[in-house]
Design a protein around this ligand. Structure first.
Ligand code: RIB
Ligand code: CA
Length: 306
């Protein structure tokens, strides 16, 4: 089987860690590069976390360090959700730094994309700062980008602002650049992230499933993206799930833009499902996810890990 080449841009992040596990152990995905971006915590911490995960998974994937600041606004973080380290809950071994390439994330993505025989899918699961910089610095690589499948946004309410989801809210200017890129985009936002839930009985299965499941079980004890009672939200796994099992999702072609100047609504993804703005469609939005299919897929995907 030809594996789909992807680059994951990430801010681990406990739900990022789960998404990375599924992607790295999938027989269908070829993770060419992991780029890090400040989001849940600062870029040094998310890079450290990405490296600790790769050591844990025993996967030799190059890592490139990206932006530590949003394009315009002051940084925010989500340490209240992921802990002060960004990935509290498990005592990982110290990472090897040999996986860190000398190029920054933007130049490393450029090199990987421009030299790839196969068009590459970008999978951003953190703020879109690196992706926006890539598209502005090197517009010519758009021809070799197959699709952008991102976790972010919401057709309705937010989780970082009243109407703003964290990844978009953290760098709304970057998000606007990405949605205006004319690239094929799939937005896996809160509409599906809030249906991608893990409950205590699932977490108990992970505890004894395998080495990775046990690690994730321990991270879940500290994860505050939801609660054990109401379900832990596997936001970032939705982007990977779309790549591997798109039939779990209901998807709509639509026009999406990002609010930058609303005093109450900055960072909101404006998803014009009814065409009020009379703009051409520029993205697909995942509007719903089959929770039963997701749970089955989620657990069987983690079963493949070491
Ligand atoms: O809103 C959820 C997103 O914000 C996820 O990517 C999570 O990791 C946090 O970055
Ligand atoms: Ca993330």
């Amino acid at each position: 089987m030809i594996k789909r080449p992807i680059i994951i841009d990430t801010d681990p992040g406990i739900d990022d860690a789960v998404a990375l596990a599924i992607a790295l152990y999938s027989e269908e995905l070829d993770v060419r590069l992991i780029t890090t971006v400040a989001g849940n915590v600062d870029v040094d911490k998310v890079t450290y976390n990405a490296l600790r995960l790769l050591k844990f998974f025993e996967k030799e994937v190059p890592v490139a360090i990206g932006a530590n600041q949003p394009l315009i606004k002051e940084p925010i973080d989500a340490s209240n959700v992921h802990g002060s380290t960004g990935m509290d809950g498990y005592d990982f071994d110290e990472p090897d730094y040999h996986l860190v390439v000398k190029e920054n994330a933007v130049n490393a993505m450029y090199k990987e994309i421009i030299n790839s025989e196969e068009p590459i899918t970008l999978v951003p699961i953190g703020p879109l700062t690196n992706i926006a910089l890539l598209l502005k610095l090197y517009p010519e690589i758009k021809d070799n980008i197959k699709e952008i499948v991102l976790m972010g946004g919401s057709t309705a309410r937010g989780n970082a602002g009243v109407l703003a989801e964290f990844n978009i809210f953290a760098d709304p200017e970057a998000a606007k650049i990405v949605f205006k890129s004319n690239l094929p985009i799939v937005m896996a936002g809160l509409d599906v992230g809030l249906q991608a839930l893990v409950y205590p009985e699932d977490s108990e299965k992970l505890k004894t499933m395998n080495h990775t499941g046990n690690m994730i079980y321990h991270l879940f004890q500290k994860y505050r993206g939801g609660s054990m009672k109401t379900g832990l939200k596997m936001y970032d796994s939705c982007a990977i799930a779309y790549l591997l099992k798109p039939e779990m999702f209901e998807v709509a072609d639509t026009f999406i833009d990002v609010e930058l100047t609303g005093s109450l609504t900055t960072g909101a993804t404006v998803v014009d499902l009814k065409g009020y703005l009379k703009q051409p469609n520029n993205a697909k939005v995942c509007t719903s996810l089959d929770p039963v299919m997701f749970k089955e897929w989620f657990l069987s995907s983690l079963q493949k890990c070491n």
